[in-house]
Write a protein that binds this ligand. Structure first.
Ligand code: IMP
Length: 429
């Protein structure tokens, strides 16, 4: 298999940036296929930190083609800001190394306003969205009233399209006490930004088809995590896109048989930002330690992440529903100081035991984890690059996770540095 798809197997923030960069260095093309600038991938290359939201990880590496696929919702202002910030860091971004799909939906300022107004109206029932307009933009896509990137090439018909959208949005916004948007302001803003976007726009599926048939290696780069998938996650506390690997085919415009090896990026413990069920959440000192050592603050919003033990039931479900072939186990070194480590192997709720995450939000809110405890390794893992060099208790922890989730740990990450990676099984083979 020469292609790889990476997906987060928990609630996002699994450390996809480092693994994506490592794989991108060996791929020819990197494609984003869902989500938008709600994502935040941090890459550390030669001590330099790059923060990516919309751009695929390949963008920082010369000679790679980066594609933003049709499954991504694109805020043109966020995209141009990100491009100019990276250019300031010395990254070369031209139409030769960045292609934006012409059929990707656009996020407009009214989507962000609606997202935030809705969250405000939810009071203490907030989803905890990133406020970037992701949900409303996807709603407009399936509601068949959204603007797409290709519409920027037809500025003369923009006004009519916006009038139709605003008839819907302004009624909603005003019903929540938010201000209405004026079509002429949006037209002016879009006319202003269009020249910066259009040079990158093209038919991404055709480019992928051409690359695929000439034997190029493609990395499909997922954002967020499986438990935030709109179908398979902890609904309604989810994002508005599909995160499962199958979405790579839809969101890039390529056959389902081309997505290759599916690598589930999996943190050695669990974190979540925003609200929603989290059965293994730790509100004690151990949770604080994981958050502190793991620097668990969101890349996009800076919010503190909730931390907890590894949940094998949840990850097994992500493996099965997401078609994951193997995992990359990240941030194992964050657990170095712990005397004891726990793995959730089942749930209890209302007198019943569960070996899966039930779909009902009412049950999910009440699940109590059943734990298995293992001894910690209490040695620094930083710098370990071979499986045999891992302490025995770390090996036991990894093997127990593999047995519980049913797929191997193909890659193990032992520090934020790219080189501190144990390669057990090469996903590109
Ligand atoms: P939205 O995607 O902004 O609509 O937010 C919906 C939920 O997904 C919220 O709980 C967010 O915190 C979460 N979320 C969205 N993007 C990410 C991400 O990249 N990492 C982790 N959580 C995310």
């Amino acid at each position: 298999m020469s292609n790889i798809t990476i997906v987060g197997s928990q609630w996002g923030d699994e450390g996809k940036g480092k693994i994506a960069d490592w794989l991108a260095s060996r791929a020819d093309i990197v494609v984003r296929f869902q989500g938008g600038h709600n994502a935040g991938h941090t890459l550390v290359i030669d001590g330099k930190v790059y923060k990516l939201h919309l751009l695929p990880s390949g963008i920082v590496r010369p000679g790679k083609l980066s594609i933003i696929g049709n499954g991504v919702v694109i805020d043109p202002w966020a995209l141009t800001t990100e491009i100019s910030e990276l250019r300031h860091q010395g990254v070369n971004i031209t139409p030769a190394n960045l292609l934006v799909s012409e059929n990707a939906p656009l996020i407009l300022p009214l989507h962000g306003a609606l997202d935030r107004a809705r969250e405000e109206a939810r009071g203490n029932q907030k989803i905890g969205t990133t406020g970037r307009g992701i949900g409303p933009a996807y709603e407009d896509k399936v509601g068949r009233r959204g603007l797409r990137v290709c519409d920027l090439a037809h500025l003369d018909t923009l006004r009519a399209k916006l009038d139709a959208m605003l008839a819907h949005h302004n009624a909603l916004l005003q019903s929540m006490g938010a201000s209405a948007f004026q079509a002429e302001d949006l037209v002016a803003a879009l006319k202003d930004i269009t020249p910066q976007i259009l040079p990158f726009v093209g038919s991404s599926w055709q480019m992928l088809e051409k690359m695929q048939s000439s034997g190029k290696k493609i990395l499909f780069e997922g954002a967020q995590g499986m438990m935030l998938d709109v179908d398979h996650g902890t609904y309604p506390f989810v994002t508005s896109s599909n995160i499962v690997a199958a979405q790579a085919a839809i969101g890039a415009g390529i056959g389902a048989d081309k997505i290759g090896y599916v690598l589930g990026i999996t943190k050695a413990y669990t974190t979540r930002v925003g609200s929603g069920p989290f059965p293994t959440e730790l509100t004690d000192e151990v949770g604080e330690t994981l958050g502190k050592i793991g620097h668990e603050f969101g890349t996009t919003t800076g919010r503190k992440r909730r931390c907890g033990w590894f949940d094998a039931v949840q990850v097994r479900q992500a493996v099965k529903t997401g078609g994951i072939h193997g995992i990359a186990l990240t941030k194992l070194d964050v657990m170095d100081t712990l005397e004891e480590v726990k793995i959730c192997i089942g749930y209890e709720c209302r007198g019943k035991k569960y070996d899966y995450l039930p779909a009902s939000q009412d049950l999910q809110a009440e699940l109590k984890p059943i734990y298995e405890a293992l001894s910690g390794w209490q040695q620094p893992l930083k710098g370990v690059r071979k499986f045999n060099e891992l302490p025995d208790n770390a090996k036991k922890y990894i093997h127990r996770i593999e047995a519980l989730i049913g797929v191997p740990a193909a890659v193990i990450s032992t520090s934020p540095e790219r080189e501190d990676t144990v390669l057990v099984q090469d996903p590109f083979q």
